[in-house]
Design a protein around this ligand. Sequence first.
Ligand SMILES: Nc1ncnc2c1ncn2[C@@H]1O[C@@H]2COP(=O)(O)O[C@H]2[C@H]1O
Ligand SMILES: [Zn+2]
Length: 887
Amino acid sequence: MYRAPTEVPPLQRAFSKEDWVLLDAMGSGPTPACSGKFLTMHKRRRKKLTTRSLSQDHAILDDIHHGQVEKILDRCGKWAFNAFTLETVAGGRSLPVFCVHLFHWYGLIDYFQLDVVRVWKLFTLIEEGYHSTNPYHNSIHATDVTQAMHCFLQEAKIKQYVTPLEIMASLIGAVAHDLDHPGVNQHFLISTSNHLAILYQNMSVLENHHWRSAIGCLLESGLAEQLLPYRSELEQQIRDLILATDINRQQEFLSKFKQHLDEGSLDLRRPEHRQFIMQIALKCADISNPTRPWDISYKWSIKVCDEFFRQGEFERKLNLPVTSICDKQSTSVAKIQVGFFKFVVTPLFSEWHRFLKSPLSTHMMKILDENRQRWEAQEKSEQSEEIQTELSDAEGEISEEEEHTKRSSETPSIHDFIPPPPREIRRQSLAVPTLESLGVRRHSVPVNMEQSLPRTIYRRESLPTGRGIPFGRSPVSPQTESRASSGLREEDELLKYGSHSSDVSSNSPHQSSAEDLPERPLSAENLLPEPSITSMTSSAAVSRLSSILQGNSVATVSKCLTRQQTFPPPQPYVRMRYMSATAEMTTCPETAHEGDSRSNSSRGSHENISNSNNIPQYTIPSIAVLSPNNGRPPDILMPEAPPPQKSSLSNNKREPEGADKEKVCKMVKLSEPGQKYEKENVDPRRMPTTSLTRRRGSAPVSLPLTKPDENAPPAGGGLVPPDTQSLRRGSVPIEIAHYHRFDDENLVEESVINITPVETTRTFWQYQRRGSAPVELPPMSRGGERREPLTRHTSLNGKTGRRKKQLRRRSSGGPETVCFPESHSEMISRLLLRRPENPDTLLVRRRGSLPIEVLTVGHSGNVLTVTPIANRALDITVQRAIRTNTH
Ligand SMILES: Nc1ncnc2c1ncn2[C@@H]1O[C@@H]2COP(=O)(O)O[C@H]2[C@H]1O
Ligand SMILES: [Zn+2]
């Protein structure tokens, strides 16, 4: 039986009293009266809307079973940890619950003197940034990986050297390592010419997005401000950790790790070696599910394959070549697992075990082996079953197509998981590429991959009118091409990439618009279940960019790329906050890829694996709102440690029970006037015309959408002028939206002003962007007919469908609706959870990814804005009102 190598310090209290108060304020306080009937909000989130009577279920709003949460947290240092269970008992909020617990447990809150409210906020934001519609890459995966990281941090070899800052960076890096993951892989993003792929030049596309989103959350939560003296170092470490999780760089890290172990050259007293080991630790944590006990491991395997197969369906619908491990018609979960265990997990974990040589690593290797045997047995039985069927179905000769299918139905090869190393590794800087580089080739795409990139570009549906650019024009003018000294964030850069020069946009009255484009075929935007990630600016711009990238002549471009939406959660208040946070990033002359700006293209990639010695080249300066630093580097990088009596880290013990009892509830701070985060309550309609709410969802805060003229507000602090409001992107549920509808044969773009999010989402499924609301695949293509995939797969026996079990998509069931009936007085006296009979009366819509008490409220008339964090006091009031009225 496995025993933890280092006994975890006894948990005197999983949460401080203060935390419970916060939880309570967030609608999940202690529930002595909880019947347990509705054990979790998590379940409520997944099921269809139901109406529940408060007179029968008194504890409807506070049914987190704290006892169970505490029990699980007590054992959170064990390898048998089950993130799914925690998710269930924590009401779908395992991520913040677990991470705040860890922050307490490690003594980070005391050591760095952190405001626990901001810590909660950080992890709540991160949780919201994960897509609950992703079968695998959701917040439970983040919790799981963070727990694995926590276990590794407890390993004797690491624990004795690691510093508080490194612990904090590891936890944040782990929990945010897949933030805003769209549920498709990098290859898909490249294949669909996704703007992020373009922005990051096809290198660590997702990971670059993840770490930047993580920094956004740090800023947004206000923690960055509190950690000012450590900020640069912390961000650097988070970035390096997250970038290391790119599975495409597996071999690079593995060979360096092997080399170190062969030479015995690792010395964890050296910060750069510690950083390297933490990178390896996170990589292991990220793919640790095969080393978990079978029940848990199996569940992860199903989920990850579910996500693969879902991508395969998207590819099929887009007429893209179906990635072999994503093709459920030609592979199986067992096959994928056998390959993944063999080519990815075993090589890395063998080295990890060689390094740790601990009871935990021995235990992990043992389970890995057991699980592998199970999958191999399953694969074998599938194979024999297949052979039986094929023999009985065999008729005549095997056709060419069948031969091909036969090959692809074999167990995946290493390259199905880890792409072959490129012939030439080129790490360009993040600088916006020059026209020549755009025109010549995608530098970052391995040559062998480039050939397989599809030539089809998918058109965006939400093309704003009048924003197009003539196809004949150069996409990047010399002026726009030159990189602003203040740096760019994702959307800014895209604006530069895809967009036209200012003179074009302002002076050309006959620009091609959405209506000019000949075709409006199926788009990747429609297909992706979660229209997420940041937005493209204009599809005409993208079209132009794509035509250059793809080498198509203008005339042949009939489709252009499309898509996306946002990481920031859709609630206006959060969005505003996010935007202000990302506005800070606007001034960030960061590197997109690890080591990019520090290494020229001739430098070997190995040099970039661990670079904690280097002073970061990127900075994320601040704007006035969130950080007083205003872009200046912190005066000192590493301040003196806080007073020793504050540190509970040295002995890894938490404060004794009751130590927090006298503390003032931080919640009060939220209601204090003048607090920065009070802004969350602001009704966007009441914002001044220059408010961020007028800003187009996809556009950078600092850049006006009309044209980046000289009068544009400065990067980082500018606001979009009111006239840009007509460009507001429909996917952001604020007031002004663009949408499309089918008017007989034609796709018509319209603007809606003052529509509520509900109205938008109710009427037009294309714009149902809600962090977690499932958006099903469009049932029909334009014109009503279903598209037949060109890439049909045929089985060996000539049947189009295989007998393999198809994984069912797990839907969260859609956003639940919470209505406050008008008839109720002053506050809210009754809460109904139901699907409204008449959608027009819908006022309040709960966001799928949010716990039940978090409401997104339409801004119609007398409706309250209820937010998850800033309105805890209100939540309490609401709950009390509800309880009072139902008793
Ligand atoms: N059990 C598994 N089977 C197959 N692939 C996996 C499994 N677990 C993780 N992965 C893949 O490994 C990747 C590691 O990084 P990500 O979490 O981004 O995405 C993960 C999946 O693509
Ligand atoms: Zn991951």
